[in-house]
Design a protein around this ligand. Structure first.
Ligand SMILES: [Zn+2]
Ligand SMILES: [Zn+2]
Length: 1014
């Protein structure tokens, strides 16, 4: 091909720089994309890029935490999702990728607290809530801006017009609505439970926010006191101050006689009341076979206490210190108290054994502080409560069902089991956090939250008015536990509004048949027991009522609310999306909002639909607007480490709010590791800042290093040399394009192929391209991104650059095919490396954007395996290899004689390529067959049908000398090694592997020598 003028007809400059310089293109290209509006599917519909009724393809970006700038793990998320999005946009789908950031409540508060302490030596309490939150927001604005800038740098084609933040106004509204709806359904409740408490963060943690650290711990075996009959063992003697029972296995003969007995003892100066209880889970072989039960500080013991109705004594407080009422231990830290108690036990000669054991310490995943299990009043989501809207299934059951039936598919598939295992063991989810930054719980208390602890009794809405009319007694089927003199708030069970309180005057435990149903203080008099049972059944539809059923009678003196109650606060709870102005029960305005904030996963759990306009877009169970167009989303792509923390919660929340799944597929990528397979972390200093490497190598190189070699569920190693390698590849594509652009004759925006006069090589490359389109499309549909990238790289570098471009130089006049292949390659590569492909597209003279060029359809009629061309390629490659193996000087021209059998005509037709493509052949003779030629290079290919002789390739004298030299060299090395291996000192002292290696070397040299001599 001949070089044409400097300018061609459509105005493309023919001289492109030799190296692609990302910094000159990337920001400008991103700006152009953004200005085009094509990131927004509505604009794509308006401009005819996709049809209005096109299939939707939506992804909601996992919102990165605003605690810090993005790391390479986020880069991986962005690269994978942008690849999917660009592919689907080019395919013509109605494609939405929705951006946002996460306020990450506890994590963000921790970062700001730590800084405050480091820089100003202040705690958040020193500063106060208002000032502290201002600091948090200042911090948030800075990191958020950095994150958004980084995201753009990665080339992410996100629809910025729909950007969301988990703590912005629309999301606040959604969070409140979700809370209120769940509360009304009775699956959000407040209760006292054991929670994981971090004394440093001063907050509860979800079960999966607890990390574990292996450590050595001491196991102490001791008797509580002299007058207690046997010993127990524990690693935490300080918690034993709160023991209220000792559990033994009912089959354990040693302790059987004690079961049911109660002991009043003095334990290191603190009085304890211990009941001996039987529990089948007690391991008779572990320690002494007995377990001190500490209900307040162990999940397991808490359950034992519930079954055995044991009192709960809280020993450790929220600061991790011993509570008041524990004598000299009060106010001491946990470890200090432990030491004191062990000393005391020693002094009293009660300590029997002290041994070191391996122990798994629970620590806070945010700050590493040991967790204290504590009883605490918190808000929970009941995961086991059956819900009408879920077909009488619980959230847990429904969330399991959608995975089991394949409604939600996990990629890779192995994560289905992980998800199900976790789901099946899920407990009620504690959603309240004692931190300041986040969504404050939308619950208000009339008179303050302390009033919440008050006793309460519900009355059916029909019964409530009777109390004003003089009803002073009530029969119940369950034990409310009230005592005479108790003040009990009365609530309308239907409206959940208080209407006064009663002071209990009489309590009686009885059975239904013994109730005096003619007692007029009960207000309604029944004619018969049957009638009473009927009435009881009506009020308690979930219970079976028989004459023998237990019944509890409470008589009371009733007091409606007065102005004083209104002033002090009546205890009414208000759960509402709007801040209430006055109390609906007493009319007062002494109202306080719950101080706690919601677990950060609550707001990110509703992310798929809170970002699409819920709740406004969801009326009467009907979706509209974005919610109708894009929910359920097609895929959630995220790191496997948040499968349980986040993915599972999104599934439950969406099932509750919309009664549909949030996404059809969950694609889980692995972690990004360093060169040596270690996790990247700040403390190790082995992290890579995405912006640093983007500045150095360009975004496309960084994206490729995150996409190729990265398979679902598996960790990927990324390091600078790897990124540099992909920078070289980006350059390769640039140079291929540069060659085509500067040499092509036809207008470069004409993509038609002249079908006439196609050579074997043309048919071959077009066939391979058709196959490439087919396979890459299939790979992307199947989420096999790495495989697609490898195919593309192989085609670009090997088939197209190394073969076809070289062939084109010989055969000439290929502009149309080169441009056609290049165009398709740019489209196929675009989702992987959007910048360089868009840059080349522009340099070709195209005025539109590559990002919305339609995805090619595979021309399958072309995808025939071009056998001819593979044979010619084999001949050429084997000649090149033979020359290299025989050390033929590169510049030396040789004669080739080919016996091609029945393939003679075919080979002859491609003689020019065989001679021209770096084979160094001066003269080429092709025959059907002929005699064997000795002492020349001889190659056979294609099952020996084709034989090739390279005549005169070997300079016989030179070769002889070379062999002689090599023999001498080998003999020298062999004798040296033999000597070494006879040396006893070496044999005994050297590591075995070294000796073995020497022996192996010797063996291979001897073989080589034999070959040369033979
Ligand atoms: Zn913590
Ligand atoms: Zn009130």
């Amino acid at each position: 091909m001949e070089k044409k003028n400097n300018e061609i007809s459509n105005g493309v400059k023919k001289d492109l720089p030799k190296a692609y310089t990302p910094e000159e293109y990337e920001d400008k290209i991103y700006e152009k994309w953004e200005k085009s509006g094509y990131f927004n599917p509505d604009i794509c519909v308006r401009q005819g890029i996709c049809k209005k009724d096109a299939k939707p393809f939506s992804i909601v970006l996992p919102p990165p935490n605003i605690t810090d700038k993005l790391h390479l793990g986020h880069g991986s998320t962005l690269a994978i999702e942008d690849l999917l999005i660009r592919y689907h946009r080019m395919k013509g789908d109605r494609t939405l990728w929705l951006p946002g950031t996460d306020h990450a409540a506890i994590a963000t508060q921790n970062v700001v607290e730590r800084r405050l302490l480091e820089e100003e030596k202040l705690t958040r309490h020193d500063l106060g809530k208002e000032k502290f939150l201002k600091k948090v927001w200042d911090f948030v604005r800075i990191t958020q801006a950095t994150i958004l800038k980084q995201t753009r740098k990665m080339g992410a084609s996100l629809d910025w017009s729909r950007q969301a933040f988990t703590l912005d106004e629309p999301r606040k509204k959604a969070v409140r609505k979700m809370f209120v709806d769940m509360y009304k359904e009775g699956i959000i409740y407040r209760g006292e439970r054991i929670v994981n408490w971090c004394p440093r963060c001063h907050s509860t943690l979800a079960d999966d926010e607890v990390s574990y650290k292996e450590q050595k711990a001491k196991l102490y075996t001791f008797k509580y006191s002299r007058d207690f009959p046997f010993a127990i063992a524990t690693t935490r003697p300080e918690t034993k101050l709160g023991d209220t029972a000792v559990a033994v296995n009912p089959r354990d003969k040693r302790y059987k006689k004690y079961i049911g007995k109660e002991f009043k003892i003095d334990f290191v100066g603190v009085p304890l009341k211990l009941k001996i209880i039987a529990d089948r889970n007690v391991d008779m072989k572990f320690g002494t076979g007995t377990v001190g039960v500490t209900p307040a500080h162990s999940m397991v013991d808490w359950q034992m206490a519930e079954t055995n109705k044991l009192p709960i004594v809280k020993v450790i407080n929220e600061d991790g210190k011993i509570n008041n009422n524990f004598g000299k231990y009060s106010g001491k830290g946990v470890l200090a108290a432990r030491e004191m108690i062990v000393e005391e036990l020693k002094k009293q000669k009660l300590l029997e054994k002290e041994e070191e054991i391996d122990n798994n310490l629970s620590i806070c995943y945010r700050c590493g502080t040991p967790i204290e299990p504590l009883p605490s009043k918190q808000w929970f989501i009941a995961v086991d409560k059956k819900l009408k809207r879920l077909g009488n299934k619980s959230l847990k059951e429904k969330a399991i069902e959608v995975a089991k039936t394949g409604k939600i598919e996990f990629i890779p598939e192995g994560f289905t089991k992980k998800y199900l295992d976790w789901m099946e063991n899920l407990h009620d989810w504690c959603i309240s956090r004692q931190i300041w930054f986040g969504h404050q719980i939308p619950v208000w208390y009339c008179g303050g939250s302390e009033k919440f602890a008050q006793l309460k009794m519900g009355f059916h809405k029909d019964v409530a008015p009777q109390i004003f009319d003089g009803k002073t007694k009530t029969y119940r089927l369950r034990d409310h536990g009230f005592k005479i003199g108790d003040k009990v708030l009365f609530e309308n069970s239907q409206t959940k509004t208080l209407f006064g309180y009663g002071i209990i005057t009489e309590v009686e435990e009885t059975t239904v048949e013994k109730i005096n149903y003619k007692d007029s203080t009960h207000y309604i008099i029944y004619k018969s027991l049957k009638e009473l049972i009927k009435a009881l059944k009506l009020r308690n539809p979930e219970k079976t009522v028989t004459p023998k059923s237990k019944a509890y009678l409470y008589a009371y003196k009733f007091y409606p609310f007065t102005e004083k109650d209104a002033k002090d606060g009546c205890g009414q709870i208000m759960v509402s999306t709007e801040t209430p102005k006055k109390c609906p029960a007493c009319g007062g305005n002494n109202i306080e909002q719950d101080e706690d904030t919601l677990d950060t996963w609550f707001s990110s759990g509703i992310w798929t639909f809170s970002t699409l306009g819920w709740p406004d877009n969801f009326k009467n169970k009907k979706k509209s607007g974005d919610l109708a167009n894009y929910h359920p989303t097609q895929v959630l792509e995220t790191g496997y480490e948040i499968l349980t923390l986040w993915v599972s919660r999104m599934i439950m929340m969406s099932l509750f709010a919309l009664e549909e799944i949030p996404f059809e597929k969950v694609y889980l990528h692995g972690m990004i590791l360093d060169k040596h397979g270690k996790k990247m972390s700040k403390s190790r200093g082995n992290g890579i800042d995405p912006i640093d490497v983007i500045n150095k190598y360009g975004t496309d190189a960084v994206r490729l290093s995150l996409l190729i070699g990265n398979t679902p569920g598996n960790d990927t190693r990324v390091f600078e040399e790897k990124i540099a390698g992909y920078r070289n590849f980006t350059n390769k594509l640039w140079n291929i394009s540069r060659y085509i652009i500067t040499n092509c004759e036809s207008p470069i925006t004409n993509f038609k192929i002249d079908q006439k006069n196609l050579t074997a090589a043309d048919e071959w490359i077009l066939g391979k391209l058709a196959l490439l389109v087919k396979n890459v499309t299939k790979d992307l549909e199947n989420y096999q991104f790495s495989q697609a990238g490898e195919r593309l790289r192989d085609f670009t570098w090997d088939k197209f650059a190394d073969w076809y471009l070289e062939i084109a130089k010989i055969e000439g006049d290929k502009s149309d095919i080169l441009i056609y292949v290049l165009k398709n390659l740019l489209i196929l590569w675009h989702p992987f490396m959007p910048f360089v492909t868009e840059a080349i597209w522009k340099e070709m003279g195209n005025n539109n954007l590559l990002m919305v060029e339609p995805w090619p359809k595979a021309e399958l009629s072309r995808a025939v395996d071009a056998k001819e061309m593979s044979l010619i390629k084999d001949i050429i490659t084997s000649i090149r290899n033979a020359r290299a193996e025989n050390k033929v000087e590169p510049g030396k021209k040789v004669k080739a004689l080919i016996y091609a059998g029945h393939l003679k005509d075919l080979v002859e037709s491609q003689a020019e390529l065989i001679k021209g493509l770096r084979t160094g052949i001066g003269e080429l003779e092709i025959k059907e067959k002929g005699p064997e030629i000795k002492k020349e290079i001889h190659i056979t290919i294609d099952s020996s049908i084709v034989e090739i002789y390279l005549i005169g390739a070997i300079d016989k004298e030179k070769e002889k000398a070379r062999i002689k030299k090599e023999i001498a060299n080998l003999e020298k090395m062999i004798s040296a090694t033999e000597k070494k291996l006879k040396n006893k000192e070496f044999i005994t002292k050297a590591p075995k592997e070294i000796v073995k290696k020497e022996e192996e070397k010797l063996k291979s040299w001897r073989e080589a020598l034999k070959k040369l001599k033979g």
